[in-house]
Write a protein that binds this ligand. Structure first.
Ligand SMILES: [Zn+2]
Length: 440
């Protein structure tokens, strides 16, 4: 960089330092750092300020460059140097119009942040690339910053090497919550309480091996884990797992601890009281991003009651739903009545299939299964209960807790708890989106 290019930066430093140092002296310093030492301009400015008794934190507002860990969720314009970890295209509907967006994660050495690209024509991202993102903005969502690239944002490829994937395990840099665990993540650091500890002997590559499985729970959710070696672990212990990787098992992200992973046992009480607390509600987009979980809470409006809802007959042997009194496996059988609702939930950010079993369906419809059978018989209409469900549940907003599995058709929740809430989740989500740039 020549002196002309550096001049505005020297001025910025001079403003911070006041009368202490001349602009020429600062320009000399900057030139030396950038052209001789070949450090980044950002680093040069911060180091010069430090050396000369100024506050390095006082710049950065002007230049806008921040690290991921510095994001507050309130940035109106921010620049980042990050590695693109994942890129997922998605079509959403906003105000009746279809719109293509990209979402995923970017990271630098300080951490990882979810992003959304709202203008896919002007901004392209590729997995594995290191880029400088300019003029992005952030929003806080449920206590965590989310990065947004709107119509003012630009992206430029960078040759700088960000060793994000090779972050040293235990550096504490990529500490995540259970709800953030997503397929493909590496070197994960996560803390929680362990339960359901089981020791198993398996045969791997012809050798007998002892492994330990269990469930890790923090305030955001629960995840199964497997330690692929013998490990001392007490039921109820609070632990910090360092260096695990995440792979989905039957559509749910699961922690795997290989040879390099470590389990640090924390002092009891370190994580606070985790008993009896439900995870916080997440957006459907967020759940879709991470690919499901064992214990997830979402809020959404019922936009469809699907085929197969209502009163069904199940095989007494295998619980499969009978078709015309016939089980696929056991043939003609005397069926057992069951009640269920398959609904589509929408919170404005995405949609999700939810299945409510008998007890929840009885509660949601305020009707026992016997009453459902009576209604079906009286009306001589096999769809009587489904029609009632449509009438009673359509456009109602529920908070639902359950297990979410993901497959090619997206996430699906098996509900375990459900309660009506007064807000319109779809409107809330749509508001969240329209507040963002590009949707006036
Ligand atoms: Zn059967």
């Amino acid at each position: 960089m020549d002196r002309e290019e550096l001049a505005p930066h020297a001025e910025e430093l001079a403003r911070v330092l006041g009368e202490k140092v001349t602009k020429d002296r600062l320009l000399d310093e900057l030139e030396r750092y950038v052209n001789l030492y070949r450090v980044s301009l950002e680093w040069a400015k911060r180091d010069i300020l430090k050396k000369m008794g100024g506050d390095p934190g006082s710049i950065g507002n002007g230049s806008g460059r921040k690290s991921v860990a510095e994001l507050t969720g309130a940035e109106q314009s921010v620049d980042l140097l990050v590695k693109v970890l994942t890129v997922n295209p998605k079509t959403i509907e906003v105000g009746g119009a279809r719109k293509n967006i990209l979402y995923g994660y970017v990271a630098d050495e300080s951490g990882r942040v979810p992003y959304t690209v709202w203008e896919t024509e002007s901004v392209q991202l590729k997995e594995g690339e290191t880029v400088v993102i300019r003029n992005a903005y952030t929003k806080e969502y449920k206590g965590a910053p989310q990065l947004n690239l709107g119509n003012r944002a630009s992206v430029e490829r960078s040759d700088e090497v960000l060793d994000v994937a090779d972050m040293p395990a235990g550096g504490g840099h990529c500490e995540v919550k259970v709800a953030e665990l997503a397929e493909g993540m590496n070197y994960v650091v996560v803390s929680g309480k362990v339960s359901k500890i089981e020791r198993k002997e398996i045969v791997a590559a012809g050798e007998r091996k002892n492994i330990v499985t269990g469930v890790l729970t923090d305030e955001t959710g629960s995840a199964e884990f497997t330690i692929w070696k013998e490990a001392e672990l007490q039921e109820g212990a609070e632990v910090r797992i360092v260096g695990a990787y995440v792979k989905s098992w039957r559509g749910i992200p699961k922690l795997n601890l290989g040879d390099k992973a470590e389990v640090q046992v924390l002092a009891a009480g370190t994580l606070g009281d985790l008993a009896g607390i439900a995870p916080k509600a997440r957006t459907l987009l967020d759940v879709e991003l991470s690919g499901g979980g064992m214990d997830v809470v979402v809020r959404g409006t019922i936009v469809d009651v699907r085929e197969g809802s209502g009163l069904v007959m199940r095989c007494p042997e295998c619980r499969r739903v009978l078709q015309k009194g016939t089980c696929r496996v056991h043939g003609k059988v005397k069926g057992v009545d069951d009640l269920r609702i398959k609904a589509i939930l929408d919170d404005g950010t995405s949609t999700m299939n939810v299945v409510f079993g008998k007890e929840l369906t009885e509660a949601l419809l305020n009707m026992s299964i016997d009453e459902a059978v009576r209604l079906t018989t009286e009306e001589r209409n096999p769809d009587a209960v489904k029609e009632l469900a449509e009438e009673r549940l359509f456009a109602r907003t529920l908070e639902v807790r359950g297990m979410v599995r993901s497959d090619d058709f997206g996430p699906m929740m098996i509900a375990r708890e459900a309660r009506a809430v007064e807000v319109d989740a779809r409107e809330e989500g749509a508001k969240l989106l329209t507040e963002l740039e590009g949707f006036e």
